[in-house]
Design a protein around this ligand. Structure first.
Ligand code: SAM
Length: 289
């Protein structure tokens, strides 16, 4: 660690500034005092991955990145990917109730999981839907899981987790929704094919204009907005609200709120908001994709 720290402190100010600009511009990540060391560590790791030790060469590689591959590698390193199965469980219990009491049982619906990291959240959503609707869930429910990190999307698609990671889930789900790994995969479990097939992964950067997706009755966008500036957060929440069906629900992380956007939403319970229809908020003319 001592040597690494030394190498980092030797990174020129201009290099760190460039990385911070990319973090803010491409990912919406807020620059916060005290975070310089983390940023430096991640830039240094990126340099190692690219096999460069010279800061000028590194800057050149970033600036001449026509394919976008190097920038993507940096974005993969700059994002914080902490997640868990059954995280903030109240949201899943609420969703199970919603789906089980659905008044339109023939309807097909897509739930958008907008920062899906390594897959624990979207797979939990699929398992919850399976619990609520039984075998019909496979036909009725689709989970669109998106993230800006290609590394996390690859992990999520592989759907392999350790015993320890699946521990937060109800005990019986281990048998119902996972297949135990053998030989070199001993101690690992793979999400069952039935659950995997309900989840569709796709790369998406929330900071960019959104592609033509939705509208969705439920959007889970949890524990990502804490990393954005208030301005970026407001812009993203507005984009997400525009992708909800009238009266659709936006779920954010327990530590996140929608302050400043109360006019467009109705508080349902902590970190769950219902989109007001155009008639209710007076905006009028909302367009659905
Ligand atoms: C801390 S994890 C949260 C994962 C999950 N939603 C949860 O609550 O456990 C944040 C995720 O957001 C993703 N992320 C960060 N910035 C993003 C952006 N601009 N667009 C899309 N995803 C982003 C990261 O790659 C990471 O996987």
């Amino acid at each position: 660690m001592g040597l690494l720290r030394k190498a980092i402190t030797e990174l020129p100010e201009a290099t760190l500034q460039k990385v911070q600009e990319l973090a803010t511009g491409r990912l919406g990540l807020e620059s916060r005092p005290g975070k310089e060391m983390l940023l430096s560590l991640r830039a240094a790791r990126h340099m190692r991955e690219l096999g460069v030790s010279d800061a000028d060469e590194y800057m050149h590689l970033l600036e001449s990145d026509n394919s976008g591959m190097r920038l993507q590698g940096l974005m993969d390193l700059l994002t914080t990917n902490h997640t868990a199965f059954w995280r903030e469980a109240g949201h899943f219990e609420w969703l199970r109730e919603q789906l089980a009491t659905d008044r339109n049982p023939e309807e097909k619906l897509t739930i958008w999981c907008a920062a899906s990291s390594s897959g624990e959240e979207p797979y939990t959503l699929a398992m919850v839907a399976r619990e609520a609707l039984g075998p019909a869930a496979k036909e009725r429910i689709r989970i669109l899981a998106t993230d800006v990190s290609t590394r996390m999307l690859a992990k999520a698609r592989a759907a392999v987790y350790t015993e320890q990671r699946i521990r937060p889930l109800p005990e019986a789900w281990r048998r119902l929704y996972f297949e135990a790994g053998k030989n070199k995969w001993h101690g690992h479990l793979r999400v069952s094919r039935e659950i995997r097939e309900m989840v569709h992964f796709r790369w998406l950067n929330l900071v960019d204009p959104l592609p033509s997706i939705g509208p969705f009755p439920y959007i889970f966008c949890r524990n990502v907005m804490i990393y954005f500036s208030q301005e970026t957060r407001m812009q993203i929440v507005q984009k997400l609200l525009d992708r909800l069906t009238p009266n659709g629900y936006l779920l954010v992380g327990y530590a996140e709120g929608l302050s400043g956007l109360e006019a467009d939403t109705e508080f349902v319970r902590p970190a769950i908001y219902r989109r007001k229809s155009a008639m209710e908020n007076g905006r009028g003319g909302a367009k659905w994709v």
